[in-house]
Ligand binder design. Structure first.
Ligand code: ZN
Length: 415
């Protein structure tokens, strides 16, 4: 969701300042394993996720390390509600299903598609939830996350609600019908002093808060945190992209990841400017770097909020190199270079994936149609036989086949 941090699994298990592996470390590990078991376990309690992950693979304490790794209280693994609503089929996710089976803390991204799927609204007093569409959600959840203990629904958008309650009525219906023993919370977007009436004025960013709620036994929402909810939201590792279907979906998955990095770069550049002027002994007020804008910032955080409120439109439309230019030019040279490098990595990565997709596209559209027939046959055969890409329907009704054909069509303009 816009502006929220997502951590790829490989970064989550990587040390921020990785020490080079030396023989003295090996000696240290060997001395550690000679400690009494009780002490070793005590040490494990203080280990970071990257260390626990390593211990899970090398040490005699792998089971104990794994227990701690999977139950890290502030780490949540992200999954999209819409995938669970559509049955949680292997073919419609790029995440590793065997990894999913170990996950204990799940963050479910709840987007407007989910409301459209289950809400029946015909008027202000005529609304309901289609429970037949909620049940498959929990069935899919239970199959994919058999070890789950804690679930957070993340709903970061405003929706119409018939009740004066902080969490959407549709989300409440889903939570109330959970058939398994889970600790469920809803991370909601709340507007200060809002009634249930329709909006008449433009929302102001500073009036909005993110609050974590839990449903009490009496059916009311109880605030768990009153301001934000600190956690690490981790993107699970991808599955193996083998075969033609894997090649195609792998390209799309990596492009999605690059898009996230691109978005992240904007947020980091904006934040960097704020820190450059205010995170020092003598804070320096400054003018908005956007051309034609005369806003002036005297306190930390004002610029970030202003950028979100006043320049969000330009930010979403303009490519990062154009939008960020005035922001980057205001930063010290070393930081500028660092951003430049990151930006180039993102662009190069994107171009590389685009090249792979174009190769498939030109093979498919080669004259004579021989390659197209081969590709199509291969794609269908894999969909029909490979569990990793099962979509729960006959191969000819599979949305994966439709997506592949659409994107190979010469009229496709999505590159
Ligand atoms: Zn401005």
């Amino acid at each position: 969701m816009d502006g929220e941090e997502r951590i790829p699994f490989h970064s989550y298990i990587t040390y921020e300042d990785a020490p080079p592996y030396t023989s003295s470390q090996a000696a240290l590990l060997s001395r550690f394993t000679q400690l009494p078991t009780e002490l070793q376990l005590r040490v494990l309690d203080f280990c970071s996720a990257p260390t626990l992950y390593r211990m899970m693979h090398i040490s005699m304490l792998r089971n104990e390390a794994a227990k701690r790794f999977w139950s890290q209280p502030d780490t949540y693994y992200l999954v999209h509600a819409r995938w669970l609503f559509s049955g949680g089929h292997a073919g419609y996710t790029c995440y590793d299903l065997s990894f999913m089976a170990y996950v204990q803390n799940v963050e479910i991204e709840y987007d407007p598609f989910c409301d459209n799927r289950i809400a029946r609204v015909r008027g202000d007093d005529d609304y309901g939830v289609d429970y037949d569409k909620v049940r498959p959600f929990w069935r899919a959840f239970r199959t994919r996350f058999p070890r789950a203990k804690r679930v957070v629904f993340n709903k970061n958008w405003e929706s119409w609600t018939p009740y004066d309650e902080p969490v959407a009525w549709t989300l409440k219906a889903i939570i109330e019908t959970c058939p398994i023993d889970l600790e469920i919370s809803a991370f909601a977007l709340i507007e200060k002093s809002s009634g249930r009436g329709r909006r008449t004025v433009r929302p102001v960013a500073k009036n909005w808060h993110r609050v974590l709620f839990r449903l009490a036994d009496d059916g009311r929402w109880r605030e768990v945190t009153s301001s934000n909810f600190d956690r690490k939201t981790v993107l699970m590792p991808p599955k193996r992209f083998h075969g033609l279907v894997g090649e195609f979906k792998g390209i799309l998955h990596r492009r999605d990841m690059i898009d996230l990095r691109k978005e992240g770069l904007r947020a980091i550049a904006i934040e960097a400017l704020d820190r450059h002027y205010f995170w020092k002994e003598d804070p320096e007020p400054f003018h908005c770097p956007a051309r034609g804008c005369h806003a002036y910032f005297e306190k930390a955080g004002q610029w970030t909020q202003h950028a979100a409120e006043a320049h969000m439109g330009d930010m979403l439309e303009a490519p990062p190199e154009i939008l960020l230019r005035p922001v980057l030019q205001s930063l010290p040279r070393a930081l500028q270079q660092d951003f430049e490098e990151r930006k180039n990595n993102v662009i190069e990565g994107f171009e590389a994936e685009k090249g792979k997709l174009k190769k498939l596209f030109s093979d498919w559209n080669e004259e004579g149609g021989k390659k197209q027939r081969e590709l199509e046959r291969g794609f269908i055969h894999q969909l029909d036989n490979d569990e990793a890409w099962n979509t729960g329907v006959h191969v000819y009704n599979s949305a994966l086949l439709r997506e592949f054909r659409d994107m190979m069509d010469p009229r496709w303009a999505g590159y």
